[in-house]
Design a binder for this molecule. Structure first.
Ligand code: 5AD
Ligand code: SF4
Length: 498
């Protein structure tokens, strides 16, 4: 087994566009450079030659599938993986059966995410027996856990490459090692303070894109595994973010989603610190960019200046995702959330009085250790007062290594499930009432796709993130149009172009 294990990484980075440009124009042969991202372009070039030879031999193109489990951060990482695979000459497919290279970009935030991956691995093994050339790579959050990697080494020896969240950019180099070593390649970094820019990325949509503004998380909410698997918080330089967004706009993107585990603490780790609202003001100035979204906000860091910037902005969408997690001040304390029920409701009040029509969504965990019926009623109380447009509700899931997993007063599953169902019912009622509030108005929608069920309809997204379906044709995809919201269907509208 060829395995590399790095406590910290020691690669050099380049920050000069010129050097990258010169390298890309060179023949990229000889010794592999040590600087990133040049090193990865070197391996991409090597693999390009290998893929071309394989295609010639097989008389058909090698195909890949990138499967994302989990959040928008993972979806964004998968775009980078697909970008690398396309650069070396693989063609994308949407089924495992058809693929010669499968990458599972895994999630470990809740136990059921892990179970799904193990379930799918058994099936991949059967495919590999039919297609011995099939290569399987696993990466992402689950792979940052030692117990997972041990289990895969022991019971899933047909896996070819294992890497983590910090070295996604190294896919080409790891593939190159795998092809030459003929053994499982494992490369997991415990943490990193580096951000590798300028690698290829294959975007799912032409007109909208996710943009990382920061990586990692420093909050250590007591139930959450993210800080352990995604490392310490680090912000990208504003110049790199601006450069990427301007480039995206040149390619036809009109909407960006700024991504980070806690966007409200953006900029704290930069050499010249900058706040999230300052960054938003800069992004707002980019000509041709029409819409800006962001995710996720931590209530403890959402500043009044952000509310002001949003209120005055023509581009920032009318939506805030503000995870509550629990409405009980006692539970919030044990969760290490650093706000009380009253702080949270006060923040909601400030947001709603500045932007009365804002769409507010949230995440809530039910059944956290020690949660009593009274604590749960506090959560229901916040739900009734905050009147969310929608909410993601989760049953607490024990994650090994987090403080909450070691707490003795774990809640029985049937009690948690009963609370979960009560919460869901309340949320659905409020959300049906909230979502319909714009019925009869004319709103701008970004047309995203042809409706899956009825191809005479187009599907557009409103600024508040709600969908509208309306008669139209596919020429409209990627355009922002005015739609009359004729009918509310609870979670979406039926509309008509105006
Ligand atoms: N159990 C249940 N839900 C969790 N989340 C994070 N960790 C856990 C866990 N251990 C939820 C939180 C977070 C969302 C992304 O996932 O609500 O906001
Ligand atoms: Fe997890 Fe809390 Fe960080 Fe969100 S803020 S990723 S819930 S530790």
């Amino acid at each position: 087994m060829s395995s590399t294990y790095n406590e910290t990484n020691n690669f050099e980075m380049i920050d000069m566009d010129k050097e990258l440009e010169n390298f890309l124009q060179s023949d990229k042969t000889g010794e592999a450079p040590t600087k990133e991202p040049l090193r990865q372009y070197y391996f991409m070039n090597r693999l390009k030659q290998w893929v071309a030879a394989e295609n010639e031999k097989n008389q058909k193109p090698l195909k890949f599938l990138t499967q994302t489990f989990g959040c928008q951060m993972n979806a964004k990482d998968s775009e980078k993986l697909s970008g690398i695979l396309e650069t070396i000459g693989y063609v994308e497919t949407d089924t495992e059966e058809d693929a010669d290279f499968v990458v599972y970009n895994t999630c470990t935030v809740r136990e059921n995410a892990n179970m799904r991956v193990y379930g799918r691995l058994g099936y991949l093994n059967s495919l590999k027996r039919k297609n011995p050339n099939l290569k399987i790579a696993l990466c992402g959050c689950m792979m940052q856990e030692d117990a997972v990697v041990d289990k895969i080494k022991k019971s899933y020896h047909f896996v070819d490459i294992i890497f983590g969240t910090h070295n996604i950019f190294k896919l080409a180099e790891l593939m190159y090692s795998r092809i030459h070593s003929k053994r499982m390649v494992i490369d997991i970094w415990k943490d990193t303070d580096q951000i590798v820019e300028d690698l290829p990325s294959e975007r799912k949509y032409k007109f909208k894109a996710g943009v990382n503004i920061m990586y990692g998380c420093n909050n250590f909410c007591s139930y959450c595994i993210v800080p352990y698997v995604r490392g310490r918080e680090r912000s990208r330089n504003p110049e790199d973010i601006m450069k990427e967004i301007k480039h995206l706009v040149d390619q036809g993107v009109v909407e960006v989603m700024l991504l980070g585990q806690n966007v409200n603490s953006y900029g704290k780790t930069l050499e010249s610190p900058m706040t999230f609202s300052e960054l938003l003001m800069e992004i707002e100035k980019i000509e041709g960019l029409e819409r800006v979204r962001f995710m996720t906000s931590h209530p403890k860091d959402l500043s009044d200046s952000l509310i002001e910037v949003m209120k005055d902005s023509k581009k920032i969408c009318n939506h805030i995702h503000l995870p509550l997690q629990s409405g009980s001040t006692k539970i919030l304390g044990i969760m290490n959330r650093k706000y009380t029920k009253e702080d949270y409701l006060g923040l909601v009040e400030r947001i709603k009085s500045a932007m009365p029509n804002i769409s507010l969504t949230t995440d809530i965990i039910v059944g956290f250790p020690g949660e009593t019926e009274e604590d749960f009623l506090e959560t229901l109380d916040v739900v009734r007062k905050a009147r969310y447009d929608s909410a993601y509700t989760f049953l607490y899931s024990k994650r090994t290594g987090t403080p909450a997993a070691a707490m003795e007063n774990q809640i029985e599953e049937d009690i948690a499930k009963e609370r979960f169902n009560r919460l869901l019912k309340e949320i659905q009622e409020i959300s049906a009432e909230r979502t319909g509030r714009d019925k009869g108005t004319i709103q701008k929608a970004l047309v995203e796709e042809v409706n899956g069920q009825d191809n005479s309809l187009m599907t557009g997204r409103l600024s508040n993130n709600v969908l509208v379906h309306f008669p139209g044709n596919s020429d409209l995809i990627g355009k922002i149009v005015n739609v009359h919201l004729k009918e509310s269907k609870g979670f979406y509208y039926i509309g008509e172009l105006v």
